[in-house]
Write a protein of this length. Sequence first.
Length: 193
Amino acid sequence: MIILHIFTEESSIKNVFDAILPQILPDNVSFFIHPHQGRQDLEIALQKTVPSISKIPNARVLITRDQDEDDCKELKNKLLNMVSGKCFCDYFVRIVCRELESWFLGDLDAIEKAYPRFKAQQYAKKPHFRAVDTIKKPSEFLRQILPEYSNRRSLPKLETSSKIATFMNLNNNKSLSFNNTINAIKKLCEFES
């Protein structure tokens, strides 16, 4: 039995993994998601928790973190250096470009199913949606285009991720970051799509 341990920067991405992992993992793989209270908390866990968890037989580790304003390659190298020599099982680091909400913007149909007042067709051909990972502030962008939240100051991330995640299409997402993360999970769990 393979045990996939996913370390995340925050709780809203846990909703996504809880929704999508049962769809793609074979029966011989179980998973635990370890959400943290921001990047510093995650980095502490990489130093203290990952070494012990990675010694569990058949463990696999996936580390995810939002890119935000950081350079993607530098951030990934920083995280890889933090676990290098301390993680004793197969692992991957995946950077969510730029924020989790890019994954949602990559699947406009899922947004529409979660929020029926949103009309995916109005946005599908707009330039932003050809390369959703390049949108600078995807959470702000998503807040602005969702009628339910357009008058709020910030997006309720836990609520939004919980609603949209259940409708995400794993085979048709325009976010390369999302697709790279799904592929990393498949590789860690040793199965082909």
